[in-house]
Design a protein around this ligand. Structure first.
Ligand SMILES: C[S@@+](CC[C@H](N)C(=O)[O-])C[C@H]1O[C@@H](n2cnc3c(N)ncnc32)[C@H](O)[C@@H]1O
Length: 235
C-alpha cells in the first residue's frame, strides 16, 4: 500500500479534496493510506509554540527545529522519502511523480510562516520539493497536489489505464485537444478526422496536434523532447 504521512499545523485540512473522486475512492478502498501528524502536539510549552522569530531579524516567524524534529522522528524510520514542500525546492515533474508513485509513499512536511529552520532540513534529510514558481501560504495544498498526482497513478486507481499513457507530460508532450458530442456546438464542428473511423489518421492527427501545442506553449518541453527524440528515447 502507498503510504502518505503529512506533518502539518493544520491537520483538519486533510483529507480535504483527497476524499473526493478517484483518490477518495482509492483511500476508502485501502489502495493508499493517509496519516496526518499535528506538529503542534510535539511542542512542550503550555502555548504549544511551533514558531519563533527569525535569527538576524526580519519579518515573519520560522518553524522551530526542535518541535519539527520531534514530529518527524515520531513518523519512524522506513524507506519513504522525506519531502519538505518548499518554493525553493526542485520543481515537481510528472517523471518525479511517477517515481514517487512507484515507491512506498512519502513523508510530507508542510511549512508555514517564513518556512522552517534550515538545520532541521539537513539533520532529518528533508528533500525540498516545489509545486511551482509562486508562493503559497503553507505546504498543505502543495502536499495535496503531490499526493493526488501520485495516487492516481497507483494500479487500479484510474478507471482507464490507457488514458494515462496519452496524457500530458507522459511522453514529454502536452496532450492533444479533446472533443465530445454534440457533433456541432455553437457552429463549431468536431474535426472531421476524429469521426472518420480511421484510427491511423486519428493517431497521426493527435500526434501532430500534441507536438504543435507543445512547441507553441512550452518551448522548454519541446526542446527537451527534441533532444530525447534525436537520441532515440522518444517517438
Ligand atoms: C509563505 S511560504 C514561505 C516562503 C518562504 N519565505 C520563501 O520565500 O521561500 C510558507 C510555506 O508554504 C509552502 N509553500 C509555499 N509555496 C510553495 C511552493 N511553490 N511549493 C511548495 N510549497 C510551497 C512551504 O511549505 C513554505 O514553507
Amino acid at each position: 500500500m502507498w503510504r502518505a504521512t503529512v506533518l502539518t499545523i493544520f491537520p483538519d485540512i486533510f483529507p480535504g479534496p483527497l476524499s473526493a473522486s478517484l483518490a477518495g475512492k482509492a483511500l476508502t478502498a485501502g489502495a493508499w493510506s493517509l496519516d496526518v501528524v499535528d506538529i503542534r502536539t510535539f511542542a512542550t510549552d503550555k502555548h504549544r509554540t511551533v514558531d519563533d522569530t527569525p535569527a538576524g531579524g526580519g519579518p515573519g516567524m520560522v518553524m522551530k527545529p526542535d518541535v519539527l524534529g520531534r514530529a518527524i522522528d515520531a513518523t519512524g524510520t522506513d524507506n519513504r522519502p522525506r519531502l519538505l514542500l518548499s518554493p525553493r525546492g526542485t520543481p515537481l515533474t510528472q517523471a518525479r511523480v511517477e517515481a514517487l508513485a512507484a515507491g512506498p509513499g512519502a513523508v510530507l512536511v508542510c511549512g508555514r510562516f517564513e518556512g522552517v529552520d534550515e538545520r532541521v532540513i539537513g539533520a532529518r534529510g528533508l528533500e525540498e520539493v516545489s509545486i511551482g514558481d509562486y508562493v503559497l501560504s503553507g505546504g498543505e495544498i502543495a502536499a495535496m497536489v503531490l499526493i493526488d498526482a501520485c495516487v492516481r497513478l497507483r494500479p487500479g486507481v484510474m478507471g482507464d489505464e490507457a488514458s494515462r499513457a496519452e496524457e500530458s507530460f507522459t511522453e514529454g508532450l502536452l496532450e492533444y485537444p479533446q472533443y465530445t458530442r454534440p457533433q456541432v456546438w455553437e457552429g463549431q464542428p468536431i474535426p472531421d478526422i476524429l469521426t472518420s473511423g480511421d484510427h491511423g489518421k486519428v493517431a497521426a492527427w493527435r500526434r501532430a496536434e500534441a507536438e504543435g501545442l507543445t512547441k507553441e506553449r512550452r518551448p522548454d518541453l519541446w526542446t527537451a523532447f527534441l533532444r530525447r527524440f534525436r537520441s532515440g528515447a522518444a517517438g
